[in-house]
Write a protein that binds this ligand. Structure first.
Ligand code: QV4
Ligand code: CA
Length: 512
């Protein structure tokens, strides 16, 4: 009885940290700015067959339209109402996407922008994705509805009404972030309204939420609306499943607000992860791969079971401050593939892969002045993701990092080694390292300026393995490098420092 109670309590406590991914899948992908009809197709034709467990989608609710063609991507972070109506599609298309993705075992996670509405300086009118009227000046959002009572104007004590210091926790929570009208989350009406929006999505079948700008909401206020959420739809999820929650808190240290304040509500984005990994792979500040031996909590990251990790996100890939210049992106594809490969091989955290669109980067005084530019579009209508024949890459300006062979195969690697310990670490004291995951997988990196050639203990059963970085296993042959593991678990690795991808990964599902 006591054990049962304990299990019950544990089960309940654990629930919101569990992404509820299906079929042993262990990673999600952010399909940034994709259309709902394209995501539905991608779930069926690519994500499910290649082991992706879910998709983080862009905010699905109505937002302000900034009429500056090609329209900034960031207009979607200025809500006007909770109608499911955005540049990615309407409610019918949204429902169709959730159903089709769920039907093939790929979950949908919604980016929930609930700290604020649009900017205070936006003109009143109907320039919104569904045409709903709004008036920021009088705090009127009749399509929700919200009115002046529902904002924090009275609670914020700065002269400007905006956040002036990140060292004052009251300002950060109660004042306007970049001018956005700050919702009064202390009010039950606001909490209930937000919960109703999220419950509407849960009923449609979504599996969880990224909570945007969580640092700017009191942890207790977030808890209050999360407590009002229903369990996931039993058409696809086990009875009693709680929505998966990950909160966007940028905590790089040095501020009074810390990620740990939010652990009670769910997971938290670990921004130190990509910042540090980028620094190490770039060999800045005397860093080297050998130092990754105690990667994770050893680097003063949050506990692994609270962390949502990623190499880059939609914000810091554009050079915005959250992480700084060390953050690696698809623009630096060689190091980027190594970073994502390392992340997916390493047991720390729950992993999110980024999938981007290209924009015309243009630097003035070291600043990318085009980083606001929105997704590929025709007169404002988001372009479809086209896939190039014969090859699996994407066209029309979509980068599709998640389809790059090295990344896609490491997503599969992570599924194969799931639950296995971090084992057989090896390093040369410099930038050549290797590690295994129990007796299921092994990975070797060479980021030195000279060749790697070593006999290493892989921990794997004897046999011939296909390197899933340089190629694929197809039938009983391998289109890339082959690795021979002896009966003692040892294998010889040779990686040139000028190799296209200077790393090798093998696992038991790619054994020939
Ligand atoms: C401008 C000035 C402000 C001024 C304001 C007055 O810059 O100083 O106070 O006018 O009205 C856009 C513009 C921004 C403009 C603002 C208001 O870029 O210049 O302010 O609109 O009109 C995204 C973009 C923002 C964008 C926003 C809304 O990144 O540039 O702002 O969408 O359109 C902190 C937080 C963290 C947050 C990050 C941006 O701790 O939580 O700032 N990150 C998340 C998302 C991010 C998103 C938001 C939060 C906001 O990852 O993508 O902002 O929802 O670090
Ligand atoms: Ca706030």
């Amino acid at each position: 009885m006591r054990l049962l109670l304990l299990l019950l309590v544990l089960g309940v406590c654990w629930a919101q940290y569990d992404p509820h991914t299906q079929n042993g899948q262990t990673s999600i992908v952010h399909l940034f700015e994709w259309r709902w009809d394209d995501i539905a197709l991608e779930c069926e034709r690519y994500l499910a067959p290649h082991g992706y467990g879910g998709v983080q989608i862009s905010p699905p609710n109505e937002n302000v339209v900034i009429n500056k063609p090609p329209r900034p991507w960031w207009e979607r972070y200025q809500p006007i109402s909770y109608k499911i109506c955005s540049r990615s599609g309407n409610e019918d298309e949204f429902r169709d996407m959730v159903k089709r993705c769920n039907d093939v075992g790929v979950n949908i996670y919604v980016d929930a922008v609930v700290n604020h509405m649009c900017g205070s300086g936006v003109h009143a009118g109907t320039s919104s994705t569904c045409g709903s009227y709004f008036n920021p000046g009088s705090r009127d959002f009749p399509a929700v509805p919200y009115s002046a009572w529902d904002f924090n104007d009275g609670k914020c004590t700065t002269r400007s009404g905006g956040i002036e210091s990140y060292h004052n926790i009251y300002q950060v929570r109660d004042c306007r972030l970049s001018g956005f009208l700050d919702l009064a989350l202390g009010k039950d009406y606001v909490r209930s309204t937000i919960a109703a929006y999220m419950n509407n999505l849960i009923a449609m079948g979504v599996a969880g939420f990224r909570i945007d700008a969580s640092k700017h909401m009191w942890p207790g206020d977030i808890k209050a609306f999360l407590d009002k959420l229903n369990n996931l739809n039993t058409k696809w999820f086990p009875e009693g499943s709680r929505p998966f929650i990950y909160q966007e808190v940028i905590d790089l240290g040095g501020e009074p607000i810390q990620s740990s304040e939010y652990f009670g509500n769910g997971r938290v984005t670990e921004f130190k992860y990509g910042t540090k990994l980028g620094t190490v792979l770039r060999k800045w500040n005397g860093e080297k791969l050998a130092y990754l031996k105690n990667w994770g909590e050893g680097w003063s990251f949050m506990p692994s079971d609270r962390a949502l990790v990623f190499v880059d996100n939609h914000y810091n890939q554009r050079g915005y401050a959250a992480g700084g210049p060390s953050v690696l992106t698809f623009w630096e594809f060689r190091l980027y593939k190594m970073a994502v490969g390392f992340m997916l091989a390493h047991p720390y955290g729950f992993t999110r892969v980024m999938s981007s669109f290209k924009w015309p980067r243009y630097f003035k005084n070291g600043q990318d002045v085009n980083n606001w530019i929105g997704p590929p579009n025709d007169n404002g209508v988001i372009k479809k993701v086209t896939t190039i024949n014969g090859d699996n890459t994407c066209g029309n300006g979509w980068v599709c990092e998640h389809r790059w062979r090295q990344i896609r195969n490491m997503v599969i690697f992570r599924n194969v080694v799931n639950g296995q310990a971090f084992t057989n670490w090896w390093d040369n004291g410099s930038n050549q390292v290797a590690f295994g995951r129990g007796n299921k997988g092994f990975i070797v990196f060479n980021n030195d300026d000279w060749a790697l050639s070593s006999n290493l203990q892989t921990g794997l059963p004897a046999g011939t393995y296909c390197d899933v970085i340089s190629g694929d296993k197809s039938g009983n042959s391998c289109t890339g490098i082959e690795i021979y593991v002896g009966s003692d678990g040892l294998a010889y690795f040779s990686i040139s420092n000028t190799a296209e991808d200077p790393f090798i990964a093998i696992h038991v599902d790619a054994k020939l």
